[in-house]
Ligand binder design. Structure first.
Ligand SMILES: [Zn+2]
Length: 73
């Protein structure tokens, strides 16, 4: 019933860079994105701008974004 794939495939597409990645939010192990800490304002801005998850690369990029409204850490 619970069909867990041993190797997560890159099933998701990042709405920011259009790159494929795998969101681990539904996995047993914590998603890699939990290692990137964004404050509430940044998360809200991302939710307004994008649907769904971003890839880890973009999240890390946003941590050092030149746009202050997107800089959360
Ligand atoms: Zn991305």
């Amino acid at each position: 019933m619970n069909d867990v794939a041993p190797t997560p495939a890159a099933t998701d597409r990042c709405p920011r860079c259009a790159g494929s990645f795998h969101c681990g939010m539904a996995d047993a192990e914590p998603c890699a994105c939990t290692t990137v800490v964004l404050d509430a304002a940044t998360q809200a801005a991302l939710r307004e701008r994008y649907t769904g998850c971003l890839c880890l690369r973009c999240l890390k990029e946003l941590c050092s974004a030149p746009d202050p409204s997107l800089r959360g850490c």
